[in-house]
Design a protein around this ligand. Sequence first.
Ligand SMILES: Nc1ncnc2c1ncn2[C@@H]1O[C@H](COP(=O)(O)OP(=O)(O)OP(=O)(O)O)[C@@H](O)[C@H]1O
Ligand SMILES: [Mg+2]
Length: 505
Amino acid sequence: MQPAVKLVNVSKTFVGNVRAVDSISIELDPCKIIGIVGPNGAGKSTIMNIVAGYLFPDAGEVWVNGLPVVDFHQAINVCGVVKVDQHPNLAPHLSAAQHLAMLQPTFRPSKTLIPRAEQLLRQLGVDLDLDLRTEDMPIGHLRAFEIVKALLQCEILRSRGLRPVLILDEATNFLPVSQKSVLKQHLRKLVADGYTFIMVSHDLPEIIDVADEILVMVGGKIRTRHQTAGLVVSSLVKSMFDTEVGEKIVSAANVVGNAEAMVLEDFQVRDDRGNIVVNGLTLRVFSGEIHGVAVFPGTGEKELVESIFGLRKLERGRLTIFGQNIRNPSVQLLRKMGVALLSDDRIRDGLLTDGSVYDNLTLGLSDKYTRGGFIIDTKRRTQLAETLIREYGIVTRGLKEPITNLSGGNMQRVYIARVLGRDARILLALHPTTGLDPMGSSLLFQKISELRSKNLTVLMFSPNIKEMMIICDRVSVMRDGKIVGTFIPAQTSVESLGMILSGVQ
Ligand SMILES: Nc1ncnc2c1ncn2[C@@H]1O[C@H](COP(=O)(O)OP(=O)(O)OP(=O)(O)O)[C@@H](O)[C@H]1O
Ligand SMILES: [Mg+2]
């Protein structure tokens, strides 16, 4: 059988001598779901961009469905490669419907593609208005739409007799478990119809569940290949890092007291479309506590955090921080009180994408990093940036490197390092481990633990219950805009919280 993808001695070196892809030769079988895993900066996105014709290799040959990949257009239209990128890649001012129109400019999209897109979105359980501009969509909807758009593009190619190869580069990161499982079933059906899928992911249990075969990429090379039947997470981790990733985090028992760092009472908040997405939410977070909130992405958690941080109107409710009632939360006030925000959308909210690694690490530093309050102390800023690079294991060629040259996970590390590298007293974190490899997640949790012993309080939101059960002192479950329960990890289980989150219990 002809391989879906065949690479012969493919290499790619970026300016500054970064060998992102190092002489890879592989053949991938058609009609399979293939997973690609590997540490941040391993070269996964680069090799996928080469297969999709976005990037030219310096050396080697790239074949898809028996045809050489020449460029991006030919890769799609002749070879059948469609890709959903690691970061959202849509025109911000165009609506979802306008993006669909571009898929098939000769037909009226309203007649064909729009009902089909609506059908796929409905199946996924995504309630999305296709006339909404993509910049107004929360990241979870944006990603779901990009996947649906790519599936439609594949359907068009299939109707022309091609055998689509769909690459999903960390595209499912923000999809809740229910959507992931619908998607998995959909992909399985398409495999039987001649499709091949390549999924890049850091969620190792998810990828073992979905894929037929997994390739581990390290340092620009494919290190190992695994059939997924009987495969366990620890084998993949060993292959990625030559070591196990420890799950033991410093116990909090002696640090958490009964003093309340933050209290939210009867919160009500609306989303951008005016819908009430937080309704009657009450939550108490102790000082020095790591408090996790299990939540499906895009179900009000971002709006909640924005309302605490003064970025969104609090329709109703009472916010108390360190015993002080905050009547009109504003970014300035909250920052002054030591509250820091780590958003889920590093590109839109977190990073200065035109800036360098240095700019992004030192952005918004306080007066402490000036001389006399007005002359910028470049030496101290540089020292801080260098320390953060070391402490957070950021892979970069230097402080002057443009941030967009970094791999997605390393961009996330820069963002985390900046936010945690300040003297925050309360950290509000939305889906903080997205894009991090297992080592990066473990490092983040270690840092949070270290900082908490210096009295940092953390309120983090994530759908990853298992991860939160390891690090958090207490885990609350947010559903239908409310906290429906708060639990101590030792007294509950991942399954039980999962059932409560899904509304089964
Ligand atoms: N446009 C670019 N210019 C310079 N270097 C780049 C560029 N794109 C990627 N790199 C470098 O190539 C290496 C591989 O990056 P790549 O994005 O492929 O990693 P990745 O495996 O996808 O990582 P992640 O899991 O963090 O997404 C990294 O060292 C990265 O900094
Ligand atoms: Mg990547």
